[in-house]
Design a protein around this ligand. Structure first.
Ligand SMILES: [Zn+2]
Length: 231
């Protein structure tokens, strides 16, 4: 049967990594898939579903192998916000009177908490350094499982390359033995320096302003850690 095609709106956005993409909001078919998510709290299943729905709503072809997890999370929340116009309720603390109060935040105001770092390298010593990258979508299940128990294991997924004054070694092309040898040879301050650089990658955040019901002060509200609301 011939039936009229509905026109789906299309949006442009800039991902936390700086890349521009076009997408459409979730439709009923994606909502159906997401309903099934309510029955699971297994991260790998949640991630597989997020990838599936984001891929079908993206107008651009994108590989999850190189995409950062923040980019995926951002797209997922953005697509969902455009389709449902959701709000989340958070507890805000007033800067002036110090009292806390519940505050509704419009999810479509999502952006990132900072710019993508211009320089992603960390100098360790004598001109030896590393280049870091954000955790990719495909590495996220492993990172989510091990980062609490063993934070050092995260290093394997965030080091892009080791650089010396005249050479650059791609970390993914080194053997696991060599990777471990390098990581084991780091001092604790060097380790902290690398992890601090990784923290500089932008994360999804919702920023808005709100009036305190106790004293009338206008407070700036920043909500981070959005995965807590949506998975
Ligand atoms: Zn107040």
């Amino acid at each position: 049967m011939d039936f009229p095609n509905l026109l789906t709106p299309e949006y442009d956005t800039t991902l936390p990594s700086g890349k521009n993409v076009k997408y459409r909001p979730f439709l009923v078919k994606e909502e159906k898939i997401l309903m099934m998510l309510k029955e699971t709290d297994e991260f790998s299943k949640v991630l597989t579903t997020m990838k599936k729905v984001v891929k079908s709503c993206l107008k651009d072809d994108i590989s999850f192998k190189d995409m950062s997890y923040s980019d995926l999370e951002y797209l997922f929340i953005m697509m969902r916000a455009k389709s449902m116009g959701e709000t989340v309720t958070v507890t805000a603390n007033c800067d002036k009177c110090g009292k806390s109060y519940p505050c509704d935040v419009d999810v479509s105001l999502i952006s990132t908490n900072r710019e993508y770092p211009k320089d992603t390298s960390v100098i360790l010593n004598d001109g030896i350094g590393v280049v870091v990258k954000p955790v990719s979508v495909d590495a996220m299940p492993v990172v989510a499982e091990y980062s609490e128990k063993n934070p050092i294991s995260v290093l394997y997924f965030v080091i892009e390359a080791i650089v010396t004054p005249d050479q650059m070694y791609k970390f993914s092309e080194m053997t696991q033995d060599d990777q471990t040898k390098f990581i084991d040879s780091l001092t604790l301050p060097q380790l902290q320096k690398i992890m601090a650089k990784v923290e500089e990658f932008p994360k999804c955040a919702i920023k808005t302003k709100n009036i305190c019901p106790h004293c009338g002060e206008e407070n700036e509200i920043v909500v981070e850690g959005l995965e807590n609301f949506f998975t």
